[in-house]
Ligand binder design. Sequence first.
Ligand code: ADP
Length: 290
Amino acid sequence: MKRLIQRELEQLNDPGPIKVMRSVSGGDINEAYYIRTNLNEYFIKINTHVPSNFFKVEALGLERIEQTYTINVPKVYHYNEPYEEETGILVMEWIEENRQAHSAEMLGQNLANMHKHPAKQFGLDQPTFIGRLTQANSWSGSWVKYYKEDRLQPQIQLAIENSPLPHRRIDKLERLTDQLGQWITHHPKPSLLHGDLWGGNYMVGPKGVPYLIDPSILYGDHAFELAFTELFGGFPPTFYVAYQEVMPLPLEYEDIKPLYQLYYLLVHLNMFGENFGPPVDRILARYVGE
Ligand code: ADP
């Protein structure tokens, strides 16, 4: 492993040697390392079991976010693409954690400014990943159509493949997707979204400045992003106050929030199994009945 990293650093004109190498925990799917040489510090992700464009898509997402000049992301120094015998590797700027009292507020402000970056349509021009699952993506003039066809339906299809017996849950999911437009009525604009923004996908770097990491970008309803931040425990209250000062949420937010959390719960159901079944069923009961 060390030799592989050494070779990668040489491509960045860092001749080494590696002075410090330690593994970093906290990621879902990749091995990660802190590396220090005489010249620099690095954060390196390594994986042999991911699709060949996996790190390229991550780098592209970080780059699109960086280009908005609204919120920090770690610089990507280099990535390769894992073909059959090669290992995928992504070399990035090391962010030294330094959480401060104002960090959550800054995150809210910066994220809202990022969400102001528009596109003509909803979706994206290429597939992305969430965990190990692929999100196909396309462009659509209608958020409801995109959310239904590119997000919910592929996850429902995967749930059917994972458990092929007839299933009340699947029937209800199909009924819910057919009626989505009945609840999502506020005509959102396409905003650049991180797309996988749970508490583990932002960091706080030097001077308490927030950084987004590990994105799965799309152009979508900004309420979709905020709904996911609330799914697993939520972000600090100052984050939400600061966010809404820049970019208020739609009046219907509380009514549609579970519909947006449903996507992420289906992803978790498909990746991690039935522990995520009951919260999916509760949302279905609320919108399409017991
Ligand atoms: P995975 O793709 O496996 O989910 P992440 O990108 O979430 O991996 O990173 C795993 C952990 O490594 C994060 O929770 C964070 O603590 C840390 N981390 C991620 N990026 C950096 C970075 N640029 N500098 C320092 N630590 C990082």
